[in-house]
Design a protein around this ligand. Structure first.
Ligand code: URA
Length: 212
């Protein structure tokens, strides 16, 4: 991997299990994206949103983070509400939706079996997140969706995990004008169990607005 590489090679082989799963899915779904999903949005943005990993029928099919599954409905709907996106979200990468002052990426770029990346896969993919963070010149806020994202952002920044406890809507000063904000992941599971309500997710964006 080159030193400042924000997105993995489309045929990345760094995680053998994920590469094998990708090959299986290419056969099963030959007309779908089936590759590491690149970040979406402008590198000059002040906000970076970090999800977990592509979902099978969402980002893995469409090639754009959070596009095509339930989590994206809530995320993009909220971004539109808070002026961080414009256009219409139609759950397709060619829907013309544009992010405003925001960029979206995932801690792990390839689809993991059962939506569960292994610790080793998270670590292997982390340099891409590190590069992504380092190559955003105006970055002020990182929004972590879920604990895996929170921990991976901290590791990418070489921070001590025990110094920053994950909590919904918590803010963590990472120094140098950078703030990490946590949210429960906007997954279907979390919303259907009411761990995360729409209002709770909106509250996180109200907090973000104060820091942008
Ligand atoms: N889609 C993504 O791109 N990331 C997630 O974390 C969930 C769904």
């Amino acid at each position: 991997m080159s030193e400042n590489c924000v997105n993995p090679d489309p045929n990345c082989q760094l995680c053998p299990r994920l590469a094998a799963f990708r090959s299986e899915n290419k056969i099963k779904y030959p007309d779908k994206f089936n590759a590491p999903v690149p970040s979406f949005g402008d590198e000059s943005a002040k906000l970076l949103i970090v999800g977990l990993a592509p979902g099978l029928k969402g980002a893995n099919f469409s090639g754009r983070p959070f596009t095509g599954d339930f989590a994206g409905e809530l995320l993009y709907g909220t971004l539109l509400k808070y002026g961080l996106a414009k256009g219409e979200f139609k759950a397709r990468p060619d829907d013309g939706l544009e992010l405003i002052n925001a960029r979206i990426t995932n801690a792990v770029r390839c689809l993991p079996p059962e939506n569960k990346p292994l610790g080793s896969e998270i670590n292997t993919c982390m340099p891409y997140l590190k590069s992504q963070i380092e190559t955003m010149p105006n970055l002020k806020v990182i929004l972590s969706l879920g604990l895996v994202s929170h921990n991976t952002v901290l590791k990418a920044r070489a921070e001590k995990l025990s110094a920053y406890k994950f909590a919904h809507n918590a803010t963590h000063d990472l120094g140098g004008g950078l703030t990490l904000i946590d949210s429960y992941h906007c997954s279907k599971y979390n919303t259907s169990t009411k761990r995360l309500t729409e209002q709770m997710f909106h509250d996180v964006f109200k907090t973000i607005q104060q820091y942008l």
